[in-house]
Design a protein around this ligand. Structure first.
Ligand code: HEC
Length: 105
């Protein structure tokens, strides 16, 4: 296990202890992510359907690790561009992953 994953797990543990406010994740998500992933996390937007975004309200749509999610948010994958260049840092990416996890409940 590399240090990045360890660091991710450590801060995830710290975040669980903190009140679940997700930082500014809700606002960021609404502005920068909902166009594809949907305000409800289902990915049923025009772009989400086109790019086959997952449905985050289902178990199948959550089958990726927190570390993978952070990496995709920062560096991008497939049709999704990385958001590191748009000012989202690792801590913000982790908050976004937490926010996305909460769609399934
Ligand atoms: C242009 C549409 C688009 C936007 C905008 C977008 N995404 Fe994505 N996102 C995708 C697609 C498509 C994938 C699947 C990539 C793949 O596996 O090829 C993805 C994958 C992900 C994943 C990895 C898990 C998964 O669903 O495969 C996370 C986490 C994620 N996005 C979060 C975000 C966050 C947070 C934002 C806003 C900062 C965002 N996305 C903005 C299209 C988008």
């Amino acid at each position: 296990m590399n240090w990045k994953i360890k660091a991710a797990m450590l801060s995830a543990a710290v975040m669980i202890a903190a009140p679940a406010a997700y930082g500014g994740a809700a606002e960021t998500y609404g502005k920068q992510c909902a166009s594809c992933h949907g305000k409800d996390g289902k990915g049923q937007t025009t772009m989400g359907k086109k790019f086959k975004a997952l449905d985050y309200t289902t178990a199948a749509g959550q089958k990726w690790s927190d570390a993978d999610g952070v990496k995709v948010i920062l560096d991008g994958k497939g049709k999704m561009k990385g958001y590191k260049a748009k000012g989202i840092d690792e801590a913000a990416a982790k908050d976004l992953v937490k926010y996305i996890r909460a769609f399934k409940k």
